[in-house]
Structure formats: C-alpha cells, structure tokens
Design a protein around this ligand. Structure first.
Ligand SMILES: NC(=O)C1=CN([C@@H]2O[C@H](COP(=O)(O)OP(=O)(O)OC[C@H]3O[C@@H](n4cnc5c(N)ncnc54)[C@H](OP(=O)(O)O)[C@@H]3O)[C@@H](O)[C@H]2O)C=CC1
Ligand SMILES: N[C@@H](CC=O)C(=O)O
Length: 368
C-alpha cells in the first residue's frame, strides 16, 4: 500500500518551527517504514514571507527560504494548495501571533486540519472558542494543541481524558512556565543577577518571543484558561487574578527596545525578594485553579527548598491534578515545560495523530 502523504503548511520557522522541520527530515525514513506516512512541507512561512515548494522542502531549506521566499497573504496559500491539488493538509501554527489565529476558520473551511503550539486561539473570548469548534465539527477537521500546556508533556490530554471519563477534577495547580521555572531554579541556587539568567532563558528559546509574556504571568494564565476550558468551565482571560513579575518602570508599556536594554532593573527587587525569604526557602511562580470556587490565580510564592516545588530543576513544570477518585494525593506530571526540542516533538506527535485520523477516514471512504 502506498504511503499516506501529508502536506504541512508551517507558519513560524523560529525555535519550534525550525526544530520541527529538522526533526521531520531526520525521522522521515522512520515514519515511512513504521507508520507508512510521508510528511512534506510544501509551504513554510515567517511573519512576512513564504517559501513554496510543491514537492516539499529539503535539507537546504534555510538557504532556499533566504533566497526565494516571497511576501504572502493567507489567500495565496489557499489558492496554491488548491491549484497544486495538494491533499491531506495540516496547518501548523508555530508562531505566538494573534493575527494568524484569525486564519484558522478559513483554513478549516478550505480543507485543513490544525496543529498549534500557539496558545492564542484557545484563550480568546469564548465566542471565538465556540465558533472555531463549530467549524471543526461542520467540516470534520481536527485541532490538536498538546504543546499549549507543558510543551511536550501530556497535560491537555490527561485533563481531557479524566473529564471524558466523568472524573471530577477539583483543583489544578503547579509550576506551568518552563522559562520562569528555569529562571527561579537557577536564581535560587546560583549567585547570578536575575537579568543574566533571563537573558540566557531567552537565548535558549525557552521564553516567548517577547519574554514579557512570561514575566507578566499572561503565559501561565493562558495555560490555566486552556485547561479550565477543557473541563467545560465558562471562564475568560479577564477572570484570572495575575500577580505580574514585571516592574512599574519596566513592563508592557515600554517599547521592546527599552525593555531589552533595561533588564538589569529586575536585579535589585528580585535580589531583595530572594534574601528576605525564610531560611531554606526558594521563589516559585505558580498557577492555581480551584474549580469549586472558580478561582484562577497566578502568583509568586516562597516555598521550602526541600518541598517538591522547591526541588525543581532546569525548565521543569510540575503540575498537580486533584480529582475526586485520587483524593488528597494528586496526579503529578513533571518534566521540561519549555525548550525547542521537546516542544517540536510534541507538535510532531500531534501531526502524526492527525495523520492517523486521516488514514482511518480514508479507509472508511474506500470501504464504502
Ligand atoms: N519555545 C518553547 O519552549 C515553547 C513554545 N511554545 C509556543 O510555540 C510558539 C513559537 O515559539 P518559538 O518558536 O519559541 O518562537 P520564535 O519567536 O522563535 O518563532 C516565532 C516564529 O513565528 C513567526 N511569525 C510571527 N508572526 C507570524 C505570522 N503572523 N505569520 C507567520 N509567522 C509568524 C516568526 O517570524 P518572524 O521571524 O518574521 O517574526 C518566527 O518565525 C509560541 O506560541 C510559543 O508559546 C509552546 C511551548 C514551548
Ligand atoms: N514560554 C513558555 C513556553 C511554553 O509554553 C514557558 O516558558 O513555559
């Protein structure tokens, strides 16, 4: 039987997007042999340019993109895939853009399934959230976004399945930001200025494209909102109480350039926060959703170094899920919650899941 060819249109070729391409190129043979699936990227884009290659990009894709990418609109992409009769289309959103999300519904209406690392679509107003799902149902398309919470960790899936089984989830809490976890884990154990560790988190690709999204608490709040909606709670972003780590004189009101050059302003207040804690305590940035009281909160806390949160390392997330059956002892999911390799692998897993769904649909059509 010939392999199922999947055509991926990739929006965003930064940390996650470019790592995804390289992972697919490396594992192409494995997918063909083990899954009978061929993954191709006929179109890849950054925020302004797109590179079109009907047969799919090859190893030298970065040079080809630099040389031949052209300005694009979403209509150009839809027109191209129709003209070229490309089938089994998956749009992958590896951006942090709010604009790109507006294209999800037109893409679905034109035959695309969606896989997204971008949290925006799931955190806009409930009206959009529902409209998106209405279209997915109407056009029989999938939308997978496991990497929205915990990067490659199976958090969304676990919450979804618990809820699906009728399990009552009572509380979800923990460290949800990989980058802020990395920053505080190092800040607690090393004598380095906060701004230096922040710069390293940015350089490694752990933070959002604009790290103020992480330090403002918005990124953690989005993750809480996504999980809350998975268990059918009617909540909006504005319902979340967020205690920001940004400063009155260094925040979203500054230009990105001002923010970039003034990060050492963080050093003094965070040094004071560190040395004024009780003995053997460390700082941790946590999110908490208490389902009964419908309270969603993002805040900085000081915890004993010996506690589970106090012992976190690297860019670890630690997410506790309290449910009726599990009682006082929560389900715990722990591991790297940010990083381009783990995130790209999570996106790739979602792509393969969509491909398997397409395979099943094809088999059903063929049997009719
Ligand atoms: N990094 C991580 O550890 C994790 C990231 N994620 C999510 O993955 C997404 C990507 O993160 P990351 O790769 O680190 O970010 P990067 O900043 O490295 O890359 C973002 C990419 O998106 C492109 N882009 C921006 N706007 C648009 C647009 N409107 N249309 C098409 N492309 C666009 C950028 O292009 P240009 O260069 O032209 O601006 C760039 O290529 C984010 O939503 C993030 O939350 C999720 C889990 C973990
Ligand atoms: N910036 C985010 C990346 C993953 O969503 C984080 O630090 O957790």
């Amino acid at each position: 039987m010939s392999a199922l060819r999947i055509n991926i249109v990739l929006f965003g070729i930064g940390n996650v997007g470019s790592t995804l391409i390289n992972q697919v190129i490396e594992s192409q043979k494995f997918f063909l042999e083990k899954r009978n699936i061929e993954l191709r990227f006929p179109i890849i884009t950054n925020s302004t340019l797109a590179f079109f290659e009907k047969g799919g990009i090859k190893n030298q894709w970065e040079a080809n993109f630099a040389q031949s990418a052209i300005p694009f609109r979403i209509e150009d992409i839809i027109e191209y895939v129709q003209e070229q009769q490309l089938e089994n289309l998956i749009a992958v959103d590896a951006t942090a853009s709010s604009d790109i999300v507006k294209n999800y519904i037109p893409l679905i209406q034109n035959g695309f399934d969606i896989v997204s690392a971008n949290k925006k679509a799931n955190t806009l107003h409930t009206d959009f959230y529902k409209e998106l799902r209405r279209n997915l149902k109407k056009f029989d398309k999938s939308f997978l976004y496991e990497t929205n919470v915990g990067a490659g960790l199976p958090v969304v899936q676990t919450i979804k399945e618990l809820h699906f089984s009728g399990e009552e989830i009572t509380k979800i809490r923990g460290v949800f930001s990989g980058s802020v976890s990395y920053i505080f884990n190092r800040f607690s154990s090393e004598e380095l200025p906060f701004s230096k560790i922040l710069a390293e988190a940015e350089k490694t690709g752990l933070t959002e494209p604009d790290s103020r999204e992480d330090l403002s608490g918005n990124d953690v709040a989005r993750k809480l909102l996504i999980l809350a909606r998975e268990i059918e709670q009617q909540v909006e972003f504005s319902d979340i109480t967020i205690s920001s780590l940004l400063l009155p004189n260094l925040n979203e009101d500054n230009s990105k350039a001002e923010y970039s050059v003034n990060k050492q302003l963080f050093d003094k207040p965070f040094h004071i926060a560190k040395i004024t804690q009780a003995d053997n305590h460390v700082l941790r940035y946590v999110g908490e959703f208490d389902i009964k009281s419908k309270q969603l909160e993002v805040k900085l806390i000081s915890v004993p170094k010996s506690s589970a949160l106090g012992q976190l390392k690297g860019a670890d997330n630690l997410i506790e899920i309290y449910t009726k059956s599990y009682g006082e002892l929560p389900i715990v999911i722990q591991g790297a919650g940010a990083g381009k390799q783990v995130t790209a692998r999570g996106v790739l897993t979602d792509i393969l899941k969509v491909a398997e769904t397409i395979k099943i649909k094809e088999a059903v059509w063929l049997s009719l």
